[in-house]
Design a protein around this ligand. Structure first.
Ligand code: CIR
Length: 255
């Protein structure tokens, strides 16, 4: 079955992105665009058909499509992002997903960012971050429960999203920053980030490969020592906007 990667071009307003844990620094837009294009090429080299949605001129964070939807095998849950400036990003992502999945929605006043949702098998771990509310988690349970998914709310410490702190890098193997995750991760086989690389827990798994920032050589060495196939990408300009590799695409089987 073909893998589709939905991506969205960088907004000319990218420098006005939301920032929560990072200080604002100048962003080289041309360089950010080149890095994003290389990221898209990396996805294509892994067999994805890459769809590029046009940027929203007044949507600074629109490149981070992951936050707008939770794509499951059966449905796409369109989110209501926690940052009000990001809510207008959702309709274009919804239009891109509609040919592939029935669309359902998280309703106001609940808020949730896709970056807080980590799917492991039939369980969705959802981070209670500054962007995601308990009400949204309850709504999500109601939407996905009928398809046999369990939803588990977990804490998020000192970082933007759950997937800043933990991602799945192979079946049931988690890459974690233990300072930012709760005890629930102990139920899994785990690989810890290099202590000098706190932002290194976000890896994007495509098939058996990992799209992974080249900024974290220490953690990369740990991944490779476990036999994982790491495909480094330079996303340094996107990182200045508090983005990482999972947030720039929605990858799913285009059934
Ligand atoms: C934001 O604060 O919403 C954006 N500047 C960064 C979003 C990154 N998204 C993600 O990690 N899923």
């Amino acid at each position: 079955m073909p893998l589709l990667a939905v991506t969205r071009d960088l907004s000319p307003a990218f420098e006005q992105c939301q920032l929560t844990h990072l200080a604002r620094q100048p962003i080289d837009l041309a360089r950010a665009r080149a890095q994003h294009a290389a990221y898209q090429r990396c996805l294509a080299s892994l067999g994805c058909q890459v769809e590029r949605l046009p940027a929203g001129d007044s949507l600074p964070d629109c490149v981070f499509v992951e936050d707008c939807a939770i794509v499951l095998d059966e449905i796409a849950v369109l989110t209501r992002p926690g940052a009000p400036s990001r809510r207008l990003e959702v309709p274009a992502v919804e239009a891109a997903l509609r040919p592939y999945r029935p669309a359902v929605h998280i309703a106001a006043p609940a808020t949730i960012d896709g970056g807080d949702v980590l799917r492991i098998g039939r369980t969705l771990y959802v981070g209670l971050s500054t962007r995601t509310t308990g009400l949204a988690i309850e709504q999500l349970e109601g939407l996905v429960g009928p398809f046999g998914y369990q939803v588990v709310a977990v804490e998020v410490r000192a970082c933007l999203h759950l997937k800043s702190a933990v991602t799945e890098v192979a079946p049931n193997l988690l890459l974690v920053n233990p300072a930012w995750t709760g005890d629930w991760v102990r139920a899994f086989d785990r690989l810890e980030v290099d202590p000098d690389e706190p932002f290194a827990a976000n890896a994007l798994r495509v098939g058996d490969a990992l799209v992974y920032p080249c900024a974290f050589p220490g953690t990369r060495a740990r991944l490779e020592a476990r036999g994982l196939d790491v495909r480094p990408v330079d996303v340094s300009e996107l990182a200045k906007a508090e983005g990482a590799v999972t947030c720039c695409s929605l990858v799913f089987e285009a059934s």
